[in-house]
Design a protein around this ligand. Structure first.
Ligand code: UDX
Length: 485
């Protein structure tokens, strides 16, 4: 029987989780880590330096995880300055830093066994972000099985990541000036859904040798070589996509909505704890008492997540559109999210007056609680995958203004497949925004409410004791244990 370096006979399961260093994916990975910890499996959570500092400083993650003797944080350098604000434009800079600086150190940690020695037990399974294609090779080299964790949407993962080589071979990419409204027929399963304009933002490039496309092509080749793939969706929501994806990746664990599965498995019925935020930024909870003052389903919630940015013109168009709809609104204006910054002198005084009366603006909100609040009637969102699935879970219809990566695909699925909102892709005009808000909040309110409630009920069922996501999590835990022996 194999022995660990302490000479103990039985090797215990020990998972290494390694997320990409951005607020959204780290938040998801921490939830996955906690679910695995609950089963008694040892977990080491590897952060790159520039996200680890702010995470510990601004959250109660350390005290939360201190209750698990089987949990441990480790860090790996990335050469980036701490607390540098990161927007979508900085995505590749961070990924290149990880590739140049973190990857070789990580490889050494795994192949020499130094990480295992530090943790006093060998790593038996690696769960890297699916985007870290190098981790699959390092897993082979270190004889450690790899289960990839993908935090972007499965609809985008399938159509634009795993099928990126297909899209290139079929000549669908680059677009070469062709009609953006034409359907893309080379991807099995989405032939009648996705138009060119609905493909992930990086597909719009005229040059297919960009760093992002190269990164995704590497991911498309590496993910099917892993032993499994964890995705943040529930089987019922993405049945069509998951069925197709299984042709390439037979062992998929759909365990979403992860934030709700996490909450369901952690909260005892009598526990006062209702939320488990790992948010790197401080949440302004005053917006919850502001929401308390409003009638059910009357407020529009506006947020573009942690990476998207907008110009001042776009800000003013959306602002006017939402205000002109006549609904009260709660708006998250993340510092740094307006390109070039802005001050009130750029805003018409009537709009400022109206906002004082009808609006609440915060830097960062406790979004899961906001979406679960009865006063919220619609979510104007950038269609990030976490925001989308959080909104689906709470049965909140969406008005989508996608920014980048998977968001173009997600917003199309929101409108065309799940019928839970309106896709405003590629437009930013106050009249269109106002009409979309009125459609969702008034004109087509019943239609959207019906499908949103339907998906919300299925989502709740999936995380119930015998629901699909709960069963998939149990299967994941069993598989991690059996990969150890
Ligand atoms: C990124 C990508 O943009 C997204 O497309 C991809 O699917 C995942 O990684 P991000 O842009 O931050 O994430 O969007 P999203 O996935 O929606 O995640 C935002 C997270 O921040 C959500 O979990 C949301 O609850 C949280 N949030 C957002 C807050 O806690 N407070 C806020 O005020 C706004």
């Amino acid at each position: 029987m194999a022995q660990n370096h302490q000479g103990n006979d039985a090797i215990q399961p020990h998972v290494l989780i390694f997320p990409i260093p951005f607020q959204g994916p780290v938040n998801c990975a921490l939830k996955l880590a906690e679910l695995i910890c609950l089963s008694g499996i040892h977990v080491t959570f590897l952060n790159t330096n520039h996200i680890h500092g702010p995470l510990l400083r601004h959250t109660d993650v350390l005290s939360r995880f201190s209750r698990y003797p089987n949990f441990k944080f480790e860090t790996v350098p990335d050469g980036l300055e701490h607390e540098r604000p990161v927007s979508g434009d900085g995505f590749m800079e961070v990924m290149s830093a990880v590739d140049d600086v973190s990857k070789p150190i990580f490889r050494e940690m795994m192949v020499s066994g130094s990480l295992s020695r530090k943790s006093e037990r060998p790593v038996t399974v690696m769960i890297p972000d699916a985007c870290f294609s190098f981790a699959v090779d390092i897993g082979v080299e270190a004889s450690v099985p790899v289960i990839c964790f993908e935090t972007v949407s499965p609809c985008c993962l399938w159509s634009c990541y795993l099928n990126l080589p297909t899209l290139i071979e079929a000549g669908d990419i680059p677009f070469k000036g062709r009609d953006l409204d034409e359907l893309v027929t080379s991807v099995p399963g989405t032939e009648h859904i996705l138009r060119r304009r609905d493909l992930a933002s990086f597909c719009r490039s005229d040059d297919i040798s960009t760093p992002v496309i190269e990164l995704i092509v590497k991911e498309a080749r590496s993910v099917p070589r892993a032993q499994g793939l964890i995705v943040n969706t529930f089987q019922e929501l993405d049945d069509l996509i998951l069925t197709n994806m299984q042709n390439l990746c037979p062992n998929i664990y759909p365990i979403g909505p992860l934030h709700s599965l996490h909450k369901a498995q952690l909260v005892a019925p009598s526990s006062p704890e209702t939320t488990f935020s790992n948010s790197v930024w401080k949440e302004d909870r005053t917006c919850l008492s502001w929401l308390d003052k409003h009638s059910p389903k009357t407020v529009v919630y506006v947020s573009i997540g942690s990476l998207a940015t907008m110009t001042i013109d776009q800000l003013l168009e959306i602002w006017h559109g939402v205000a002109n709809s006549g609904n009260p609104f709660l708006w998250v204006r993340r510092p740094g999210s307006i390109i070039g910054g802005f001050d009130d002198s750029l805003v018409p005084s009537e709009l400022l007056e109206h906002t004082k009366e009808m609006g609440c603006i915060v830097d960062w909100a406790p979004q899961e609680e906001v979406l679960a609040h009865g006063a919220i009637g619609a979510f104007l969102t950038h269609s990030g995958w976490n925001s989308t699935i959080e909104s689906i879970m709470e049965g909140v219809p969406m008005i989508c203004w996608p920014y980048f990566v998977d968001q173009q695909v997600n917003s199309r699925f929101v409108e065309e497949v799940w019928k839970v909102g309106i896709d405003m892709k590629d437009t930013c005009d106050r009249l269109i925004v106002e009409k979309a808000v009125r459609d969702v909040m008034e004109t087509s309110r019943d239609m959207f409410a019906q499908s949103a409630n339907n998906w919300a009920n299925l989502a709740k069922k999936s995380i119930s004791e015998k629901g699909s996501s709960s069963m998939n999590l149990a299967r994941l835990i069993d598989d991690i244990k059996s990969m150890t022996s």
